[in-house]
Write a protein that binds this ligand. Sequence first.
Ligand code: FAD
Length: 464
Amino acid sequence: MHIVVLGGGPGGYAAAFEAARAGAQVTLIERERLGGTCLNWGCIPTKTILRSAHIVADTREAAAFGLNAAVASVDVAALRARKERVVDELVGQVEATATRLKVRIVPGAGRLTGPKTVTVALGGGGEETIVGDALILATGSAVFKLPSIDHSLEGVWTSDNAVALTEIPKTIVIIGGGVIGLEFACAYAAFGSVVTVVELMEQVLPGNDKRVVKQTQAALEELGVTFHLGDAVERIERVDGRMSSTLRSGVVLESDIVMSAVGRIPNSAGLGFPEAGIEMDRAAVKVDPYFRTNVEGVYAIGDLIGGMMLAHVAEEEGVIAARNAVAELKGVGAGAHLESVRYDCIPACVYTFPEVAVVGSGRDAAKERGVDVVQATAKFAANGKALGEGESGGFVQVVAENGTGRIVGCQIVGPHAVETIHEIAVAMKHDLTVRQLAETVHAHPTVSEVIRMACADAAGKCGC
Ligand code: FAD
């Protein structure tokens, strides 16, 4: 049983490792470093940079904590070196796991040349054609580039330039108020840059609950970030070594750098997918709930299939696709015991200051689907741990089904949100109720007590 995986990001390497653990012979093809966007240009570099930014922001508040301290300057080279050490460490661990599980790594760029056939332009020169019994496509995504912006212009960045950390710009215009745009806005503002965010929609973090959006925008404004909402950058020029961005409203913004953070696009161009008969939905590969494409024995996962473009989603899809491929190759497929992913209980996080974490539906989205829900909110302002830490802004908002108390969703803005959201994710995955969480003793003092308070309030409101 030979399973070939194309792309070694969190989706691809998770699929490869799962298939190897299930006893398959596995070949993993990767054109750059293992770890994909997540380890090399995404989650890990950004969170490493944000940690330094957080220390700067905290130090600015030092006096309020009875400390005399200041950050004299930011050493960009040292920041970059630290980020690279963290990335190298994690990539090394992925490589070591591949070796331990006897996954064959083929370095090079692969392209489909038959139904389960990949021809690889090898990194060291030459070509190799690899045929598998099953093929998992995991080529991820790339930065989406607005056609109206000339990305070859010096001073125009994407997140790839930003994580390369060559400089901290004195002034930066960020196009896009989504997750990536706001995380960089936070980091640069903390480092002392003058940051302006331009967002096409009337709100930041489009698609999120109104209260979450309002609180997050207010927190970023407090850090010094300026927003132009419901506006768009129509023209960018480089004038005398500086960038000049003209907005649709007529406003002209001057800056050292313009960073475009308007999203990502599945990476499928030129890889031979449609030619091999694979059905596409624009750039994304179309799959069924078991990650099967329309071509027998070919699966696709991660950013390449669109949907929730998150590393933990890609990883879960990779694991499930590998299990399904093994099951089908062993002949236990054909509808029997194929697994899928429950997207409704996967958390999504934004690592701004304060953090944002959401899982499931907000109240309005649940109501639109016809679910009768109640919503309860508890604030960090009355929480001892949050007050002690000086991070008492924000709230926990729980949405539960009226009557049963089954949890439908939760939104947290506040300290440690990206960690504490998992209590709700576990509860949702296992169909627990707000009453059951409210009856679970939470250690004191912890910020998680606020989740318990919100659940207790929701339990009262929904009569469960
Ligand atoms: P990728 O990670 O993109 O991996 C695809 C791999 O395939 C790459 O290594 C690529 O080199 C390889 N490949 C492509 N084509 C070929 C080919 N022809 N031959 C061989 N190899 C090929 N997600 C989170 O969950 N949390 C975060 O905090 C977070 N932060 C982010 C911050 C930024 C700035 C960015 C850009 C993204 C962030 N993401 C985050 C998203 C996350 O990185 C992606 O969702 C995740 O990496 C997708 O995994 P994947 O395996 O599907 O694809």
